[in-house]
Design a protein around this ligand. Structure first.
Ligand SMILES: Nc1ncnc2c1ncn2[C@@H]1O[C@H](COP(=O)(O)OP(=O)(O)OP(=O)(O)O)[C@@H](O)[C@H]1O
Ligand SMILES: [Mg+2]
Length: 405
């Protein structure tokens, strides 16, 4: 089994998927724009070969170069777990006649309007929405959809350039800020709680399912630096409201013709008790969500995904033992972290539930919280009881303060 894996060392957690592939007995050929000599040592040991390309995002160029470089070599599967490369992976599969999701199926997971059209056509509840290219398109769509609404890029990530718009005047301000964004989605604003629905699928059938709650919803977390965003996996998937999300999620997978691999969906639970589709990608969630899922069920999804990717098989137990929470911290001030207040006290109370402490320490440079949800680091905790997990996370959010100067 020879697996071509795109971007094996970036983002850094991709190294873990290469490890998984090597552990389940696949030969891994990496393709990326990191020069061979700059590949991290850790990933080299999992790769049997590596093709360096000048620009990994230049799809036609990568297809041409890799086709030429691998002429005469067998490749059985092509995979990526990084959102910007999912179309490229499908193009390579189609070019070489390799099993896996088609370009058309993957587009349904990449283009936010197309995905909603397909999900809507299956009779599932999605926000009313329209695609818009010019400012006048946006204004027209806004009148049609009505306020409050959301304006966001068609192929966005990380809530970048995503705005809630309350009225016409606000829309004009947002249009000013969005100059340079080519194509946007204009959407009905959905009130309510926001959750994920994550899977590892084998030929469209979920072998593993997960739900996590965003506290608060990502748009708020990304708009306010003072917030310490919390995300907690939900241990008990049997609750009625969570079941509504699972049902929606499974129907979405069918509507979009999911094949094999990870999916990461976002959905809303409205005050009226309705589950509403948000968006979905055919790749894992970022910002350590896979680590959270691993700690929830005491499994290794990096390896289990690899087993699916290479052998269409998932062997890990799916019993959920914990609610696993992550708390991202953002320091006050600019420059380098100078001190952390409250951490020791928090650890005295809750240290036994701590799984990982990855907060930046004094001396480290602050990260850009707008660019990375991970911000100035995180604490990962877990507890079998939901309310306790939430209390532990919220205590870390409010009682720990990082300073920079
Ligand atoms: N129709 C909507 N109603 C209410 N909130 C919305 C809506 N669309 C987006 N949001 C908010 O904006 C956030 C970002 O939107 P979306 O998930 O579509 O974009 P994204 O940039 O792909 O996000 P990310 O990469 O962070 O998941 C959502 O998580 C949600 O909090
Ligand atoms: Mg999103």
């Amino acid at each position: 089994m020879r697996v071509l894996f795109l971007a094996p060392s970036y983002p850094p957690e991709m190294i873990e998927y290469c490890r998984g592939l090597a552990e389940v007995g696949a030969e891994v050929i990496g393709v990326g724009d990191t020069p061979r000599e700059r590949l991290p040592q850790s990933v080299k040991s999992y790769l049997t070969d590596y093709v360096a390309v000048p620009r990994i995002m230049d799809e036609d160029d990568v297809v041409a170069r890799v086709t030429a470089a691998l002429r005469g070599h067998r490749v059985d599967r092509v995979w990526t777990n990084w959102e910007p490369l999912v179309i490229l992976a499908a193009k390579l599969r189609e070019r070489w006649g390799i099993p896996g999701m088609s370009v058309d199926a993957v587009r349904g997971f990449r283009d936010k309007e197309l995905m909603k059209e397909r999900v809507r056509a299956a009779g599932l509840r999605t926000p009313r929405s329209a695609r818009a290219v010019t400012a006048d398109d946006v204004r027209a769509a806004a009148e049609h959809i009505d306020y409050p609404l959301i304006v966001k890029p068609i192929a966005g990530a990380g809530s970048a350039n995503t705005y809630r718009v309350g009225d016409r005047a606000e829309l004009e301000r947002v249009l000013g800020m969005m100059r340079g964004v080519m194509e946007v989605s204009v959407e009905e604003y959905i009130e309510g709680e926001e959750f994920t629905y994550d899977t590892v699928c084998i030929n469209g059938r979920p072998a593993f399912e997960n739900v996590a709650q965003y506290l608060p919803k990502p748009l708020e977390a990304r708009s306010n630096e003072w917030i310490s965003p919390v995300i907690i996996t939900v241990r008990d998937l049997e609750q009625a409201k969570i079941q509504k999300g699972l049902k929606l999620g499974r129907s979405v997978l069918r509507a979009l013709g999911m094949g094999s691999g990870f999916t990461h969906m976002e959905w809303f639970y409205t005050p009226k008790g309705e589950a509403v589709f948000g968006e979905i990608g055919c790749r894992p969630g970022g910002a350590h969500l896979v680590d959270q899922m691993n700690h929830t069920a005491d499994i290794d999804l990096f390896r289990e995904w690899a087993r699916v990717a290479a052998w269409d098989s998932f062997e890990a137990p799916t019993t959920r033992n914990y609610n696993c929470g992550i708390v991202f911290k953002r320091a006050k001030g600019q420059g380098r972290i100078s001190k952390i207040f409250g951490l020791e006290h928090w650890k005295q109370r809750y240290g036994r539930f701590l799984v990982e402490d990855q907060l930046l320490r004094p001396g480290s440079h602050r990260r850009d919280w707008k660019q990375t949800l991970v911000s100035d680091g995180f604490l990962l905790v877990r507890h079998p009881d939901w309310d306790a997990a939430k209390e532990i996370c919220f205590a870390a959010a409010t009682d720990i303060t990082m300073f920079a100067s």
